[in-house]
Design a protein around this ligand. Structure first.
Ligand SMILES: [Zn+2]
Length: 127
């Protein structure tokens, strides 16, 4: 399931949605906050332009909402059912999770968003 050629691979690694060979982001580490969202213009392997229209990645805000909910739900399940924390602690742990994972959430939603519009192309991968 998690190998080159699947959308999940491109989404989880942030690689080019067409060839899966290159990272779309200039810096692979999302926690260098000044570079968290700086992306390459084109794929250096297949030449795909990531920003297919101006402000293309504003649309990823729609995706970041359900992605954020997924992280919040995970924080809820872990703190409430695994650690059996009281409701205040659960609330704080959800807020903390959303803040801590914000760079990851932002990148994941960009990866998911661009994968709606671009699909893996085997012929580009081998260039
Ligand atoms: Zn590419």
């Amino acid at each position: 399931m998690f190998k080159k050629g699947t959308k999940l691979y491109s989404i989880l690694t942030g690689s080019c949605p067409k060839c899966h060979e290159e990272s779309m982001f200039k810096n692979k580490n999302p926690y260098i906050l000044s570079e968290a969202l700086s992306m390459n213009e084109n794929c250096s392997n297949c030449g795909t332009k990531y920003k297919i229209e101006p402000s293309f990645f504003y649309g990823s805000m729609y995706v970041s909402y359900p992605v954020g909910i997924a992280f919040a739900a995970a924080a809820f399940v872990i703190s409430f059912f695994v650690f059996e924390a009281n409701i205040n602690v659960v609330f704080i742990s959800i807020i903390a999770t959303l803040i801590l994972f914000m760079p990851v959430i932002l990148r994941l939603s960009r990866n998911i968003w661009i994968n709606f519009f671009m699909h893996y192309d085997k012929s580009l991968a081998k260039k």
